[in-house]
Design a protein around this ligand. Structure first.
Ligand SMILES: [Ca+2]
Ligand SMILES: [Ca+2]
Length: 282
């Protein structure tokens, strides 16, 4: 019965913090510059051994309600194997942040006119269009990539957003696009900014067993929403849901040094939702 109560309290806290997240985010988005990026993921080799498939997210911010037409090219480290379906297309989960836009995804690949060779960026190409600027901030898509079996602490696998603008066969043009429905001066300026100054490249980093992983409050080697829940449970009842010393260090990510509180749980939720792209290193 008591346990049930705790559970209820935890879910109430989750609801509350989701609401707060939305507000914080909207306020911040009005001010901020347009950014586009890919996940920054710290994960232990042990966790990779258990499950080598890691979800990678494409994230935008500072563009809430401002965009409609996009063509985004991503490129992942060659050692990463993108999950594909039977026809070889990447299996991509598109989120509702593309708000009513018509979305297509494809491999980041094109036929180069000058060399007649296929250029394969080993990534996902995201294309959207709409007659209204319904695009939102946050995660636009998630795709699983498989890490090689022999990863070790210190390995890094870059994840990049690649600005593209080149002629391919038959005078076709592959281009990076991020503009509004009218493609007016505001849209063009946003596109110019996001691809020239707004790219935040991501990466998957393999950390050692004794390294701390910022945000990994349940110490399973990866940061997920479960870590936010662990913090909230700890805050609701620390004797029933204690956190180890390492867990406390991992969990204190907001205002590092001020201890573990609801703000730390909130920050993990923002990270999970793609509202913040990376948790600070320790
Ligand atoms: Ca975790
Ligand atoms: Ca804190």
């Amino acid at each position: 019965m008591f346990h049930k109560k705790i559970k209820k309290l935890t879910s109430a806290l989750v609801t509350l913090s989701v609401l707060l997240t939305g507000q914080t985010f909207t306020a911040a988005a009005e001010e901020s510059e347009p950014l586009i990026g890919l996940s920054v993921i710290n994960i232990s080799a042990e966790q990779v051994e258990k499950n080598p498939e890691i979800p990678v997210s494409l994230i935008v911010s500072g563009v809430e309600g401002k965009y409609a037409v996009t063509e985004i090219w991503t490129s992942f480290d060659d050692r990463l194997e993108i999950e594909t379906d039977n026809s070889g297309e990447p299996v991509v989960a598109v989120t509702e942040n593309s708000g009513g836009m018509l979305v297509q995804t494809a491999p980041s690949r094109y036929l180069d006119n000058s060399t007649s060779e296929i250029v394969d960026l080993n990534g996902v190409r995201f294309i959207s269009s709409s007659s209204e600027n319904t695009g939102k901030d946050g995660t636009l898509f998630k795709v699983n990539v498989k890490l090689p079996e022999d990863v070790k602490a210190g390995d890094e696998f870059p994840l990049k957003v690649v600005p593209v603008g080149r002629e391919t066969v038959n005078n076709d043009f592959v281009d990076s696009v991020f503009t509004n429905a009218d493609n007016d001066s505001e849209g063009k300026s946003m596109q110019e900014k996001i691809f020239s100054q707004g790219i935040c490249n991501g990466c998957i980093r393999i950390v050692g067993d004794s390294d701390t992983i910022s945000g990994d409050a349940n110490c399973d080697g990866i940061v997920t929403i479960a870590d936010s829940v662990s913090i909230l449970q700890y805050l609701a009842n620390s004797s029933e849901y204690p956190l180890s010393e390492t867990a406390m260090t991992n969990a204190d990510i907001n205002n590092v040094g001020d201890g573990v509180n609801v703000e730390d749980a909130l920050l993990i939720q923002k990270y999970d939702a793609g509202i913040v792209m990376a948790l600070s290193e320790k």
